[in-house]
Design a protein around this ligand. Sequence first.
Ligand code: DQA
Length: 137
Amino acid sequence: MKLIIINGPNLNLLGKREPEIYGSLTFDDYLQELKNSYPGVNFDYIQSNIEGELIDAIQKAGFDYDGIILNAAAYTHTSVGIGDAIKAIETPVIEVHISNTFSREEFRHHSYISPHVKGVILGFGLQSYKLAIESFL
Ligand code: DQA
């Protein structure tokens, strides 16, 4: 099983960024936990603050992996381009969010990504990523 986690803007600041919403663990530490918990899964990980780089990563992974776990962060609510990239590829995508975006500001209630993904997992903190892995397994 070959999975890639793609994280969008500001998720490089996990651990420091608004810990009351996003928790105090860094993503590197969490990724290590995931790797330890799922030794049979081959994980790749990309984070970018740049929309085009996320689209490149989706296109590159889109014919080569068993699954993509995507937290497009703020681009979820703005990016037609990321939605189109998901439509263009073969690999199934699961959209994840750490926070429950529906309990937050109204602009976070709309996703340009959700219509094109296999499923959406949100609101379980970093465990949203683990639930996405479980669903691929
Ligand atoms: C987020 C939710 C988005 O609304 C926000 O812009 C993020 C993170 C989440 O994981 O909860 O950066 O995707």
